[in-house]
Design a protein around this ligand. Structure first.
Ligand code: NAD
Length: 322
């Protein structure tokens, strides 16, 4: 029996599952099967991006699941993101359409500005999936301000190519600025969020504005240890942290489930990834039990403002979180 996953109601009335499947670092060779199995397990939200380089394979997995009658398109919530090198106004719609074509669908449930920084345009025929570097293999910026990119996202929304607008890796100042120019506020903000990086002030601001929040990298350093990132290797894994372990034992759940429940119980959506069938099912089952108030407070008190997914940590001269 798949776990029962509640929805988060977005400010435009759309319903977004509070647990989804993240598609970063999902290998091309196994991606279609992974997505198919995730749908079979009960996942309905998929969080992709063009720079993950696997959108065609994700689309193949979805197509097969629909063909086999596991699910209907309208029961899925498909998320993708606008990469930094497509911020120039005239580039937004063509790349969104290419991404839709790769998935084999005609709308995204949510389309997200991936990072608040415009990079120089690189034509997909030259290099795709895109990256942080230009054709000259350097980090080069574009002059497009975020307000212009956002206006192009609003056009996609008005045309129905996307059913909700998201922004990611924005801080409070960028969101407050956005409230000055947006015709429609974003329905969702996606941020790095785990007990080492709680960002409570940002969560308070989004709550005030009615913007839903999706947490990425819910397990903190785990995702970045596999990328060999020094700060992640030098930080204790959250799975091994003694309070997390004690709370897991008390509830007879895995530490991973406790970390995900810590978010979902506070209304924050999560998008973990796993190729392991047991963890795949566990990660979806993170709303069927409740933590006590003290458990949540204990986990929240692990906060150290420690961010891993910072371009500077990959050696990229893009200080967006400075
Ligand atoms: P993750 O949450 O998927 O987890 C990282 C690691 O934990 C993986 O190695 C996974 O195998 C392991 N894991 C999964 N479940 C586990 C469990 N129950 N117990 C123990 N280990 C477990 O981290 P992530 O990939 O960094 O983030 C999740 C998703 O968020 C991504 O796939 C992507 O869709 C999205 N994301 C978005 C941004 C952004 O800039 N907007 C950045 C990073 C990630």
């Amino acid at each position: 029996m798949p776990a029962n996953v509640p929805n988060v109601k977005l400010s435009n009335g759309k319903e977004m599952p509070i647990v989804g499947f993240g598609l970063w670092k999902v290998d091309n060779a196994t991606c279609a099967d992974t997505v198919y199995n995730a749908i079979k397990t009960g996942y309905r939200l998929f969080d992709g991006a063009c720079d993950y380089g696997n959108e065609k394979e994700v689309g193949d997995g979805i197509k097969k699941a629909i063909q086999d009658g596991l699910v209907k398109r309208e029961e899925l919530f498909i998320v993708s993101k606008l990469w930094n090198s497509f911020h120039d106004k005239e580039r937004v719609k063509p790349i969104c359409k290419k991404q839709l074509q790769d998935y084999g669908i005609d709308y995204f449930d949510l389309y997200v500005i991936h990072f608040p920084i415009a990079l120089k345009y690189v034509d997909p025929s030259v290099k795709y999936p895109p990256s942080w570097t230009s054709e000259a293999d350097k980090v080069e910026f574009s002059k497009t301000p975020l307000a212009d990119t956002y206006a192009a996202m609003e056009e996609l929304y008005e045309e129905g190519l996307i059913k909700a607008i998201g922004v990611s890796n924005y801080n409070g100042a960028l969101i407050l600025d956005l409230t000055r120019y947006a015709k429609v506020l974003p329905q969702c903000l996606q941020i790095e969020h785990h007990p080492y990086l709680v960002q409570q002030d940002l969560l308070n601001l989004t709550k005030e504005l009615g913007i839903a929040v999706t947490a990425y990298s819910s397990f903190g350093p785990a995702s970045f240890v596999e990328l060999d990132m020094t700060s992640a290797k030098n930080t204790a894994l959250l799975f091994d942290q003694q309070d997390v372990q004690a709370i897991a034992k008390k509830h007879n759940k895995s530490p991973g489930q406790i970390l995900l429940r810590w978010a979902t119980q506070r209304g924050i959506a999560v998008i973990p990834k796993s190729n392991n069938p047991d963890r795949l099912a566990q990660n979806l089952d993170v709303c069927s039990f409740d933590l006590e108030k003290e458990d949540i407070e204990k986990i929240s008190s692990l906060d150290k403002g420690l961010r891993f997914n910072n371009p500077l940590n990959y050696g990229l001269p893009v200080p967006i979180f400075a």
